[in-house]
Design a protein around this ligand. Structure first.
Ligand code: CTP
Length: 430
């Protein structure tokens, strides 16, 4: 028997009206269909922690698809069915999404067994879940609305800040939970419970991460990187040998961790000045820099990273080396070396430099923005009769460099005219 507590007051205090109305309504639909209906998972956890989370996950003891289609009779919603998982998603026009699943019991139940009493069905569903903190349910049916069901000491773990699996095969059954454990531990500042940690380590060392598709691991990794300050999670992953099992052959060093640290702490600042890019792409470039070349293709195809990544890495390393050798970091020199690097290349390079140099790089990006020449290729062709080709490119490059060195915008054309008086072979060589 579960520990049961009424949390309807908590719902009233902590959830927006709109969400509360929806939850009540879902209970009414459950009543109409005679289906026990529960709110489960992360939203229950976060309600208790008083963290906003309106990802509504519902479990019904009955057919989830029938449930969703009944909701559709009352509201103008879109339904998406996922046949293989016996789940369906309900999309409201204002962006609210509800995932509905049929309580899963097949893991423990023999096929011919008759349906169990209601609490034991939801209990089995909850028992199959990842961690105790995610394994509570709140009943939504009218009569018992707001009743929190806690079968496994979940609430105590949540209060104590403990990440605990519910059965010994949890990581074997779903090795992505190895990464989820790290994510929740870092996000909430919780601790992975001792036996759970032993089983996690064993699953890692027995090669269970290798049994999961690259896509699923990548999804989990991206979720880790989407958390604030993911560098601690990455450090933890390294300590637990997870990085090594995700990226075989990676040579881990203090240096690499330092590069990760810089990458993630500087991300937001740099991101404002570059095009969009993904943390995971740059992280993998840093990994590949420290991995034997023969593993590159395997890693790229396993996780579906862009095929051009090795080329991008090569370019980055070439620029990096020159930068490390370059003594005079004036902006025109930086421009001659790398012009405006792509976002990935910039993040990657930046991670290799200390605060002082990183600041110069950042100022360089800003200078590129504020000193963009007004004169462009079109003007050179129309007004100065130049032909499309490398010469135009060279003149524009010289002009950009001059602007970065302080040439005012009003003197651009004079600068171009002067440049055009020089014989072509001199241009760009000064
Ligand atoms: N779940 C699980 N095993 C997994 C993934 C999910 O048991 N490998 C269960 C957990 O009960 C989890 C719920 O499904 O709470 C919803 O999963 P998800 O939305 O991925 O995670 P949340 O717990 O909601 O976390 P977040 O706050 O990051 O969305």
């Amino acid at each position: 028997t579960p520990i049961t507590t009424k949390v309807d007051k908590l719902i009233e205090e902590r959830l927006p009206r709109r969400i509360q109305t929806l939850l009540r309504f879902l209970g009414v639909v459950g009543d109409e269909l005679l289906m026990p209906t529960y709110l489960v998972g992360g939203m229950v956890r976060d309600l208790l922690l008083n963290i906003p989370n309106y990802d509504i996950d519902v479990v019904v003891e009955g057919d989830a698809r029938i449930f969703s289609h009944t909701v559709k009779r009352y509201f103008d919603v879109k339904i998406v069915e996922h046949k293989s998982f016996k789940t369906s998603s309900i999309f409201f026009s204002d962006g609210v999404r509800i995932d509905v699943a049929t309580a899963r019991t097949e893991f423990y139940e023999e096929p011919a067994v008759l349906p169990n009493v209601e609490t034991s069905t939801i209990k089995k569903d909850l028992y199959r879940r990842d961690f105790s903190i995610n394994a509570m349910a709140i009943k939504l049916n009218h009569e018992e609305y707001g009743l929190l069901l806690d079968f496994f000491g979940c609430r105590k773990d949540l209060a104590k800040g403990i990440i605990r699996i519910l059965h010994n095969l949890s990581f074997i059954e779903d090795p992505t939970r190895i990464l989820r454990a790290i994510r929740f531990e870092q996000r909430f500042g919780f601790k992975i419970e001792e036996r759970t940690l032993q089983l996690l380590k064993k699953a890692v060392n027995d090669g269970y991460l290798e049994r999961v598709t690259g896509q699923r691991l990548r999804d989990e990794l991206e979720k880790i990187l989407a958390e604030p300050e993911p560098q601690n999670a990455v450090k933890r992953m390294t300590k637990l040998d997870i990085l090594k099992h995700l990226f075989p052959g990676v040579r881990h060093s203090k240096e690499l961790q330092k590069h990760f640290d810089r990458l993630f702490t500087r991300w937001e600042t740099i991101e404002k000045l570059t095009n969009e890019s993904r943390k995971i792409t740059v992280m993998v470039m840093l990994v590949l820099e420290n991995t034997p070349e023969e593993s590159t293709d395997w890693i790229i195809s396993r996780y579906g990273f862009p095929k051009r990544l090795p080329e991008v890495l090569k370019t980055s390393l070439r620029i990096l080396k020159k930068l490390q050798e370059m003594e005079d970091w004036r902006f025109s020199n930086l421009y001659r070396l790398m012009e405006r690097p792509s976002a990935e290349i910039f993040h990657f390079i930046d991670a290799h430099f200390d605060e002082k140099k990183s600041n110069i790089l950042l100022k360089y990006l800003k200078a590129l923005e504020s000193n963009k020449p007004k004169v462009n290729g079109g003007i050179l062709i129309q007004k100065y009769g130049l032909k499309e080709g490398p010469e135009i490119k060279m003149i524009l490059k010289e002009l950009y460099c001059a602007r970065l060195e302080g040439l005012p915008e009003s003197e651009e054309e004079a600068f171009v005219r002067k440049l055009l008086k020089e014989p072509p072979e001199m241009r760009g060589k000064r």
